[in-house]
Design a protein. Sequence first.
Length: 311
Amino acid sequence: MHGQRCIEENSVVILYVDFKTLRVLRVTKTVDTKDGKKVPNIYQTIYGPLNVSEVIGKPYGARIELKKGFVYLMFPSPELWTLALPHRTQILYSTDISLIIANLELKPGKIVCEAGTGSGSLSCSILRTIMPCGKLHTFDFHDQRVECAVEEFTSLGYGEFVVAKHRDVCQDGFGVELTGKVDAVFLDLPHPWLALTAATKVLKNCGRIASFSPCVEQVQKMCVELRSNGYEQLKTIECLVRESVVKTITLTTPSLCTAKNRTEEPLPKRMKTDGSDPRDGGEATFFSMPVTSCAGHTGFLTFATCMKNRS
Ligand SMILES: C[S@@+](CC[C@H](N)C(=O)[O-])C[C@H]1O[C@@H](n2cnc3c(N)ncnc32)[C@H](O)[C@@H]1O
């Protein structure tokens, strides 16, 4: 699918309905009814029905007119996939994902281990980064999550770059075949330190490890275990996104003379919404200010480097 410009039968499309509504659309001409009959695939949206077979051959990004509005057919980039994917677990979002990719120093060709796979949100971003010559080995001890992830990775075009296995990594590790071959390990587990011995076995010297934990007590325990297993360059970060609001306001030029005259002028019936006094004159200008509240805590990200050759 990667590099593919036009939508084909069996492609996955992210249907952009509006700013808050993204849907995963599987492009098939027909769907099966409960009694086993094949009927044309008609996808219902708030803007009217979409005949799915009509999107075949359209370029990604195309706008499709429906009876009461329009939708866009978007390519399933990891960022859009994260926003639209079916949740089987809690997932990681792009803010944390970008820090993980950067701090694990991932790039094309890297070999990565991940546990657990969960809903595959992080996996897709890792895959896009390490393609076309890297490999992701992802593990989860929940068999249905592994099955769903494999099906999704294949339909998104990542199949040949990923091995997804059903395994408890705390008990059974990542597999002897990976010993000393892995560039980076990522752990999104309740007790990441229980997988640390296994992670150390598969990591190369100077390989990177990261773990995501919502609670600081988990971070403390993980850091103690990292230190006693010879890891260095420990760093824990939390990323909170603070947005800025941009408004147009009128900046006034204070003048004693104007202030004197103002007492004689009647107050205008309507004051400006930004609180400035129109009798002061001034020019409309853009103004930006950080909002005072933001989306809360997701988790702490702990990173470290595996040092194997120290005496
Ligand atoms: C929060 S989810 C991971 C979400 C994933 N990072 C994402 O972005 O979609 C945690 C997953 O770890 C799995 N898990 C927990 N303990 C495990 C273990 N010891 N071995 C393998 N998988 C485990 C759970 O089944 C669950 O699917």
